[in-house]
Design a protein around this ligand. Structure first.
Ligand SMILES: Nc1ncnc2c1ncn2[C@@H]1O[C@H](COP(=O)(O)OP(=O)(O)OP(=O)(O)O)[C@@H](O)[C@H]1O
Length: 261
């Protein structure tokens, strides 16, 4: 379980990005974090794996106080938490399978690190992860020959290969067209349900968030203003989260999906 207890995050320049955050996220939940740009969504999910240090309160993952982890402990802790970014973060000039195998580098003996020789078991695990996201046939294709959606699936496979308990996803579909975005969201949903991996996703597309996530956390100016099941989210709640800008956002989203078509 991920637990935020009166968490605060103040950046060095004095910006208070999060305050009074109290949340409990059980293993296996699919949570979407929504809110306006600058509301604190990225900060919230990046505190979970210590990409950002909190400045107040307590944040724990399975009773481990995240702020107290040091050196090797942080690296070990992060092995349990996959991270997916909008920009995929892949090495595009090499093959898909090599990108997935990267997740095993921390486990390699020093000579394997130097020679870049992976074990047969690791190669099989990498192929298995690619199969789980439906791109096994692309294993030996160079990443720069894949579409954006396929690249995001490679990133997802790389994360799956590390066998995580939690996947943090920071705007994973922001640079994808609506059809591809849906396929990637289907992957997240399947992984969440079949493997009981918690998914905590920061997402701008409200309709997608409501369709896929079981739980919505609405953030406004660094504070949680809504926390509940997706099917409880009303227009009034969205107005509270987005400060009455929902209609405006919907029409600009419709415009951009019309452009894609
Ligand atoms: N490294 C940083 N240093 C100082 N302030 C920061 C830093 N990162 C973010 N902030 C500020 O913290 C607040 C929350 O930012 P954050 O990126 O978490 O918002 P967000 O909801 O994810 O926004 P977006 O949807 O645009 O990504 C904003 O006011 C932002 O300007």
């Amino acid at each position: 379980m991920i637990e935020f207890n009166q968490v605060e995050k103040k950046y060095a320049n004095g910006t208070i990005a999060l305050q009074n955050i109290n949340l409990k996220i059980e293993q296996g939940e699919f949570v979407a974090v929504i809110g306006l740009s600058g509301a604190g969504k990225s900060t919230l999910i990046r505190c979970i794996n210590r990409m950002h240090d909190i400045t107040g309160g307590r944040l724990s993952v399975d009773d481990v106080d995240v702020a107290k982890l040091r050196g090797k402990q942080i690296r070990r802790f992060r092995r349990r938490i996959g991270m997916i970014f909008q920009s995929f973060n892949l090495v595009t000039r090499t093959t898909v399978i090599k990108n997935v195998l990267v997740s095993f580098v921390p486990d390699l003996s020093w000579w394997r690190k130097v020679t870049g020789v992976f074990t047969t078991e690791q190669k099989l695990k990498a192929l298995e992860a690619l199969d789980k996201v439906g791109i096994l046939d692309k294993a030996y294709v160079r990443v720069d020959q894949l579409s954006g959606g396929q690249q995001q699936r490679v990133a997802l496979a790389r994360t799956l290969a590390q066998n995580p308990d939690i996947i943090l996803a920071d705007e994973p579909i922001a640079s994808l067209d609506p059809v591809t975005a849906k396929m990637v969201m289907d992957d997240f949903k399947r992984i969440n349900k079949d493997m009981s991996i918690s998914v905590i996703m920061n997402i701008h597309h409200v309709e997608v968030a409501l369709e896929y996530a079981d739980r919505i956390i609405g953030i406004r100016k660094g504070e949680v203003v809504f926390d509940g099941e997706s099917n409880r989210v009303t227009k009034q709640i969205l107005d509270e989260i987005y400060g009455g800008q929902v209609e405006e956002m919907k029409s600009s989203a419709e415009e951009s999906s019309a452009n894609v078509r």
